[in-house]
Design a protein around this ligand. Structure first.
Ligand code: FAD
Length: 471
């Protein structure tokens, strides 16, 4: 039998559940549907689209290596997906469609429409569970609810994990050539082109595998101690690859197991801590599936919908452009814009600064991040923003507001990260870079703080205290 495999954000041939299932049944033809208008409407920026594009090119080459042609179609919107896929299936004589499921609301709707259309046409369509260890709904609290708190989720995740969940799916054996050639991947139109720094992320599963290997060889043992220091390359920087499926969570977890005597829950502190971050990724996918209101721009904690966010275009622009006068926030924002990536510690600091110090709606920050991140992924981004804004699952309590200057001294003690992204401050003594004096600001051209930490903190606390009770 012949199957069509629809690739989306699972751009790899190794350990791919849908691809492996299709290859077991017979010959395979692959397809990628690209809807730039849809992705742009959903806030994906040029950096991610460029990385995605390069990932599809790499996927096409990898598939060609095992005799599978990748077809490519540009569509205006995913409403067209059912008809497009059916047409292709008929043209190539495929009796089944396989794809890996995605759990945010829009993606689930898109996939249901495709499955319905195939069933009505008398063809098979199978959505496989692939992106995280447990399908949403498989891991529930004792009361049968989705978890809204990370720690018990992680405990249950470890307790119930089986070897089968982590078993790598077979990479298909090369198939005999088909009388069908792969489509060339059309380049992105000019306006969609990415920042130079964002283009430096090499795309594809080989690049991802190299990165994982280097991380395990050189960084993971120090991960627990170094992961919070943005001047140190202490984390895996695998997020863009995980977000587009150029590497799978199973490949990451298997590699971690191999380095840690077969355990994910105890043993080497670096590995255990890294695995915990991978579980955060899974947690937020479950949150999006279990509480779909978060996919509709709603706060997880309903009572926070009443919060009186400030409208200040000037403050928002200062934050976006890295000129708030708080060096750690500004350096973070410049890293985001320049590299299409920001260190996790800084994502927390920058997001909290926007939502608490500036009291600007977290949704604006979420959208700005999405527009610049190479690793922009709805569930993690939304989860991180709602955490910082104290509107989410297991969020930071509203009264715990980071002092950006303290964070800066603690996590960039030598001011190295600040000097890298704020060259105007590099001439100051490291200890002065965290909060330059007015004279130093005047002489370096670095702006004065746009808000005073204490006053801003008091304003945020008052806004949260004015909310109706949560239950
Ligand atoms: P590592 O520390 O090596 O972690 C390994 C992997 O675990 C990451 O690649 C990522 O897939 C996952 N991970 C780590 N931390 C988290 C977390 N807190 N939540 C969910 N997954 C996590 N991550 C994204 O992948 N895409 C986003 O759009 C995104 N937006 C964020 C927005 C905010 C406001 C915050 C606070 C966090 C966000 N994160 C996002 C999570 C995290 O910051 C990044 O995953 C991490 O910085 C990526 O670097 P790394 O690959 O070196 O991570």
């Amino acid at each position: 039998a012949r199957s069509l495999v629809w690739f989306r954000s699972d751009l790899r041939i190794a350990d791919n559940t849908a691809l492996a299932a299709a290859a077991r049944r017979g010959t395979v033809v692959a397809v990628f549907l690209r809807s730039l208008p849809h992705w742009q409407r959903h806030g994906h920026g040029a950096n991610k689209l460029d990385f995605w594009h390069r990932g599809v090119v790499a996927l096409s080459e990898a598939l060609a290596g095992i005799g599978i042609p990748l077809l490519h179609r540009d569509i205006d919107d995913f409403d067209e997906a059912p008809a497009q896929l059916l047409t292709i299936a008929r043209e190539i004589g495929a009796s089944a469609l396989h794809f890996n499921r995605e759990y945010a609301l829009d993606e689930q709707r898109r996939d249901h429409a495709v499955v319905d259309a195939f069933r009505q046409a008398g063809l098979q369509a199978s959505g496989h569970h692939d992106s995280v260890a447990y399908a949403p709904g498989e891991l529930l609290t004792g009361k049968g609810d989705f978890y809204a708190v990370f720690t018990p989720f992680a405990r249950a995740w470890h307790r119930r994990l089986s070897a089968a969940q982590l078993a790598l799916r077979d990479t298909p054996e090369p198939q005999a050539p088909l009388p069908l050639s792969a489509d060339p991947i059309p380049p992105l139109p000019k306006p969609a082109q990415a920042q130079a720094g964002a283009r430096q992320w090499p795309a594809g599963e080989t690049a991802a595998a190299d990165r994982l290997e280097r991380f395990l060889r050189f960084r993971v043992r120090h991960y627990a101690d170094q992961r919070d220091f943005p001047a140190v390359a202490g984390t895996s920087e695998l997020s863009p690859y995980l977000a587009l499926g150029m590497i799978s969570h199973r490949q990451c977890l298997q590699a971690a197991l191999g380095e840690n005597d077969g355990s994910l829950a105890e043993g080497d502190a670096g590995i255990v801590s890294w695995v915990s971050e991978l579980i955060w990724r899974e947690f937020y996918q479950h949150v999006a599936a279990g509480f779909p209101r978060v996919c509709r721009h709603r706060a997880f904690q309903r009572h926070t919908e009443a919060l009186a966010w400030r409208d200040s275009e000037d403050d928002f622009a200062a934050w976006c452009e890295g000129r708030t006068g708080y060096p750690i926030v500004d350096a973070a924002m410049r890293q985001l814009v320049r590299r299409g990536w920001m260190h996790n510690r800084l994502r927390m600091v920058a997001a909290m600064f926007l939502s608490k110090h500036l009291l600007i709606d977290w949704r604006r920050g979420e959208a700005f991040f999405m527009r610049h991140l190479v690793d922009g992924e709805f569930c993690a981004n939304n989860g991180g923003w709602q955490w910082a804004a104290s509107t989410g699952t297991d969020a930071a309590p509203y009264f715990r507001i980071f002092n950006p200057t303290t964070q800066s001294r603690r996590f960039d003690p030598e001011g190295r990260f600040l000097a890298e992204y704020l060259p105007e401050l590099a001439g100051l003594a490291p200890r002065d870079r965290h909060a330059p004096s007015d004279t130093q600001r005047a002489s370096t051209g670095y702006p004065l703080p746009i808000v005073d930490h204490k006053a801003a903190r008091a304003r945020a606390l008052a806004a949260f205290k004015a909310l109706p009770p949560s239950h």
